[in-house]
Design a protein around this ligand. Structure first.
Ligand code: ADP
Ligand code: MG
Length: 381
């Protein structure tokens, strides 16, 4: 799970810090269709910022506006203090790594990386030095003379990265950079990306639809839905304190219980869920009217599963029957059916190896669920 340790000084919490990229009231329309809808965004120097959302929500369009390949219909983009509205792509301090990072197939790795510098008429010996330095950084020096088809997918991805970074952009824009890689390689490459970004101190803006990838990589994430930002925050903030049901469901999985607020004070809320005949006690305040309909979201790994009931009845307790068990090696996921038919997912670590396929909690068992007051969040929309 993300630790948010990537950024010690957290410039976004400092009102005096100057953002490196400022997106102000930007809208992009294609004819009658609004792809990006009046978004505001500040990205700070050295961040690895992710735009996360489902297909078609406007991520690529926003990235292309940062690069200068699309012009905002409304609003402005500032990079390093300069309004980019009239600055063409090649004059912006940014470089973009495309979704399909097409390398030149007939050129060696080295020439692929050198190409942009040659076009900019950089001196020959400087090109050689910078290409060698970049290939060392992405650990491809031994492959300098190979052609792209002699490389694995992960190696090709690193050539594309070297090619984009060799021009020393202040901002690197990456559109689904790891999309073409299989899961194992993707995870490995994520760490390489983070390492390189850290070494160079370049600001990365990454588009991804993969929430795990965004959680692993990012200093902060903007979750997008139909052209708008629904929440911007660190991976931990987004995961632990989702502000809407959309975010709670999109990032990880969440059990959602509908109920009405019966008590609302500064430091806690009580929600009565009529459907389940249960009360939920959550240790954060809320500003809604008593009686309002709300949703209580609880992550599967925050629920404690037991074969014996709690010593005394209280809030945050449910009981049900084990409907299904998914053994995932390090954890198991249990699907518990409540008496009213609702399914609740619970994830527990597997500390003891199951003896001959028998689990401590088994199919059809009657089980008791509970969680801490700090383990749930109340959502109003
Ligand atoms: N050039 C264009 N002309 C018309 N519609 C476009 C164009 N580019 C993107 N769109 C539409 O804008 C929406 C957002 O696209 P895009 O930014 O590529 O989404 P994402 O990258 O989040 O999958 C989509 O509905 C897409 O069809
Ligand atoms: Mg896209």
């Amino acid at each position: 799970m993300a630790t948010d340790a990537r950024y010690e000084d957290r410039p976004w919490t400092d009102p005096d810090a100057e953002p490196f990229i400022k997106v102000q009231g930007v809208t992009k329309r294609f004819g009658p269709f609004t792809a990006v809808d009046n978004v505001d965004l500040n990205i700070y120097n050295g961040e690895l910022f992710s735009l996360l959302g489902g297909s078609g929500c406007g991520k690529t369009t926003l990235l292309r506006m940062l690069a200068g390949f699309e012009t905002p219909t409304e609003g402005s983009i500032f990079i390093d203090g300069i309004n980019m509205n009239d600055v063409p792509p090649y004059e912006r301090p940014v470089n973009m790594m495309f979704q399909s990072y097409a390398l030149f197939p007939h050129m060696t790795v080295e020439r692929n990386v050198a190409y942009g510098l040659e076009r900019d008429r950089v001196a020959k010996n400087e090109i050689a030095d910078r290409v060698a330095e970049m290939l060392a950084m992405v650990e491809l020096s031994p492959f300098a003379k190979r052609k792209p088809h002699q490389l694995s997918g992960g190696q090709r991805q690193r050539v594309a990265l070297a090619r984009a970074l060799v021009k020393r952009p202040k901002v690197l824009l990456l559109d689904e950079p790891l999309g073409a890689l299989d899961k194992r390689l993707r995870e490995q490459t994520q760490f390489e990306l983070m390492k390189i970004q850290d070494q160079l101190g370049v600001t990365f803006v990454v588009v991804t639809h993969d929430q795990e990838e965004a959680m692993t990589l990012s200093t902060r994430i903007a979750v997008m839905d139909t052209g708008k930002f629904v929440q911007i925050g660190t991976p931990t903030e987004i995961y632990e304190y989702p502000e809407t049901r959309f975010v709670a469901n999109f990032i990880g999985s969440a059990n959602m219980f509908v109920g009405r607020v019966t008590e609302d004070s500064a430091d806690h809320v009580v929600v009565h869920a009529k459907d389940h005949g249960a009360d939920f006690y959550i240790d954060h305040g809320l500003t809604v009217k008593e009686g309002s309909e709300v949703w209580v979201a609880v992550r599967p790994e925050k629920i404690v599963l037991s074969k014996t009931p709690a010593s005394e009845p209280g809030p945050n307790q449910l009981s049900g029957t084990v409907n299904e068990i998914g053994y995932l090696g390090n954890t198991s996921t249990y699907r518990i059916e409540l008496p009213d038919g609702k399914i609740v997912d619970v994830t527990s670590p597997n500390q003891v190896r199951p003896k001959s396929g028998r689990h401590a909690v088994d199919w059809e068992d009657e089980v008791y669920l509970s969680w801490e007051p700090s383990s749930a969040v109340v959502l109003t929309k």
